[in-house]
Structure formats: C-alpha cells, structure tokens
Design a protein around this ligand. Structure first.
Ligand SMILES: [Zn+2]
Length: 406
C-alpha cells in the first residue's frame, strides 16, 4: 500500500490518549487500533508480531545477509494528542499545492501569513483536515512510513539489511509512551523515533526539564481593618513572579534558549500556589534556573521577616544529547542517509522532550527523525506526501548503511 493511503486509513481511527486516565494504555481505542496494525504487520510478512497487554506492539523484519549486523529499531506512537478533537477525522489530499492559502472548510482558512512554512511545500501534494479535527499525522505518518518501508524491504529481498525491529507505543502524547517499553526484548543497538516534522531534520537534543511548586502563606483579615496586618498571598505570588525576567519566558525565547514558565497560579488572600516548568538544553543553565527559584524565595522571606514562601523542585527528564554525544552512530547513519538522498541535513534541538529521550537514558540510544508533517495537535495539521515518501527512503537507506558496515 502507498504510504499516503496508510496515513489516510490510520487517521480515521480516533486514538486519542487521556492524561486523566490511570489505565495502560490510557484509552481502549489505542488497543483496538493496535490490534488492526498487528494484523497488517502479519499480512505484510513481519515476524514475531506481538501486542502485549499494555498496548505495546512489536515486530521483526529478519536480516537478508549472512553476516553479523547490528539490530536497529524504528519506533512510532499510535495515540494522538488530547489537545484537540480527533473524532471523525476527514483527511483530504491537495494535489500539486499552489502555495496559496488553504480553505479547510467554509469558515476555516489556513493562511500563509500564519504558517509561512507552507510556502516551501508549493508543488507538493499535501494531506490536510476538514478544519474540524486534528489530522493525526503525529504520529500516524511515522507508523505509515515504518510499515511501508518494511513492506518494500520484504518485497525486495535483494536489498541488504540486518535484523530490523519495529515498535509502536501508546500514550506518547501524555508522556508515558516509554514507560512500559520492553528495551531488552526489543534487543536493538540503537533505534529511531519517527515522530518529528520536516524530513531533513535530525533531532539529537531535547530539553532538560524540571518543575517547581511554590506555596505561599498569607494572613487574612477584614480588608477594612487590614492596614499593616494583612499579607495577601496572591500579591506575594506576583512579587515573587516579577523577580524573574520577561526575557526568559516561552513567548520570548527560541532555539537553544531555555525558559522559566509560570503554568498555573491560583489561591486567595490566605494562601496561593504557583506552578512553574523550567526548561534548558544546557544542564548547567537549568541548575542556575533552579537556584534562582531558591534565591527568589529567600529574598521575599527576608523582606517580610517570615517564611511566607516554600518551594519544591522536581527533576523531570534530561537532554538525550548527553548520551548521544558519546554514542554518535545512530545520528551519523541518519545524516549520511540524508546526504546520500541529496537532502540538506538540519540538526534540531527539540524544545520539549521525546520518548526517544527517555529510551536513550534507559539504554536504547534513540534520536528522532522527521515524518513530513507539521502544525501538530490542531486543525491546521498537515502532512506532505513527497516528504513521507522520502521518510520511507530514509528508513530503507539507514538499514542499508548499517548492513554495509559489515
Ligand atoms: Zn508525536
């Protein structure tokens, strides 16, 4: 089956994950979809196809050579983001896109002025939504590309490659995709998550991440008699927050600049709570951001001569570059493959985390590759068919390069 037809077929299954669910996977629909994928994997000739009780689906493409080659893996996630509705996804192909604004439906237009990246896709074929749902190319494009590459390799046994493992996970969008991944059973020297944007981008970096809970105690008294007595916890919270520069917020940073982001603030005169996430590609700088939280707390407490503020810092995930810089093989193969395909390699520092980052720290080096999609998690999501075809070629090329090493 052609890669775009796979994507269109998969998009029609609503496989949204749910951050409020305690089950694994978080939604039953993911398991239902993975059962269908399992049948497809068996039908195209993959071996050892296993769907476990937690919704993790694995398969094997056997080696075509009689010498030892490192086993490598390709991973994608079956769920779509809970941010936007995924019910009744109705994908449409725009052939030979003319580079102008795209009318998704009567009321919704995808404008070049809002999404200037679209201009680069002029002349390509795009898959878009009907404006009412997300598309789900994140990450069903990844699944479509991995299975299309496997099918091609099965039909072309003359292409030399080692053993290739395939893994499809649930619940990536709610941060749990790597939690139950069977790294030992997967048995790969390294792997790739097929879960990025443009196909020529190789991501070997994620943020380092921490979060901070700030608790503030105030002193409540009738406002009519409050002079010199009331301590309004909300005002203390504002004072605390204003100690951090505007220049280190998500809305004022980009590229490899980190940020300190107030995600939640609530409370009353008596007590208030602030929640921050801290992000930086540079682990040393993240430590400084954590330190600044403590200094701000001390400053306010000294100013008021009492312990009004207490903070708790939680470490979350780490930048996978820490590990990948000492294990450059997977990144180098991906770069070489893209160069041989005639594409300009761009290295990407992801402004977030990936499942690959967690897998990398758990012992499976796992950079992230592009799938050809864009504007994820919303109604303007799209996928470029030519880039999907290139992603299929990229998977095949990497497999060939790894086998060519002998
Ligand atoms: Zn994704």
């Amino acid at each position: 089956m052609e890669v775009q037809n796979r994507l269109i077929k998969y998009c029609k299954f609503n496989t949204q994950s749910d951050p409020n669910s305690e089950t694994v996977p978080t939604t039953a629909s993911q398991m239902e979809f993975s059962k269908i994928l399992k049948e497809e994997m068996i039908a195209i000739g993959l071996q050892d196809v296993v769907l476990d009780d937690l919704g993790y689906l694995y398969g094997t493409l056997p080696s075509t050579v009689d010498y030892e080659v490192d086993t490598i893996g390709f991973i994608a996630h079956v769920d779509t983001a809970p941010d936007f509705t995924a019910e009744n996804v109705n994908p449409r192909i725009i052939e030979n896109y003319d580079g102008s604004d795209i009318q998704l439906n009567e009321n919704i237009i995808m404008k070049i002025t809002d999404f200037p990246k679209l201009e680069k896709l002029k002349g390509n074929d795009l898959i878009v939504t009907d404006g009412n749902t997300l598309l789900g190319a994140d990450d069903k494009a990844g699944i479509a590309e991995i299975l299309t590459a496997c099918e091609y390799l099965i039909q072309h046994p003359e292409i030399k490659h080692g053993k290739i493992r395939v893994g499809f996970t649930p619940d990536e969008e709610v941060g749990r995709g790597a939690h139950h991944f069977d790294i030992d059973g997967f048995g790969c020297k390294f792997a790739y998550t097929m879960d990025g944007g443009e196909v020529n981008f190789v991501a070997d970096e994620t943020f380092n991440a921490a979060s901070v809970d700030v608790d503030i105690k105030g002193f409540s008294i009738h406002p009519g008699e409050a002079k010199g007595k009331m301590i309004n916890a909300l005002n203390i919270g504002i004072e605390f927050h204003n100690l951090f520069p505007k220049s280190s917020r998500p809305e004022t940073t980009e590229g490899r600049e980190g940020f300190t982001h107030l995600t939640d603030m609530n409370g009353d005169v008596e007590e208030a709570h602030l929640h921050y996430i801290l992000r930086n590609h540079d682990a040393r700088k993240l430590e400084l951001q954590k330190e600044a939280m403590g200094l701000a707390k001390d400053y306010i407490n000294k100013l008021y001569h009492q312990e009004l503020i207490s903070i708790k810092i939680h470490d979350e995930y780490r930048n996978m570059h820490e590990i990948l810089k000492d294990n450059p093989e997977p990144v180098n193969y991906a770069k070489q493959a893209l160069i041989e395909m005639g594409l300009d390699v761009e290295m990407e520092s992801v402004r977030g985390g990936t499942d690959g980052a967690t897998l990398t720290f758990n012992g499976l080096p796992c950079p992230n590759l592009g799938t050809g999609g864009g504007n994820y998690h919303g109604r303007y999501e799209y996928c470029c068919i030519q880039e999907m075809e290139q992603a299929v070629s990229l998977i095949i090329k990497i497999a060939e390069l790894v086998a060519g090493k002998e």
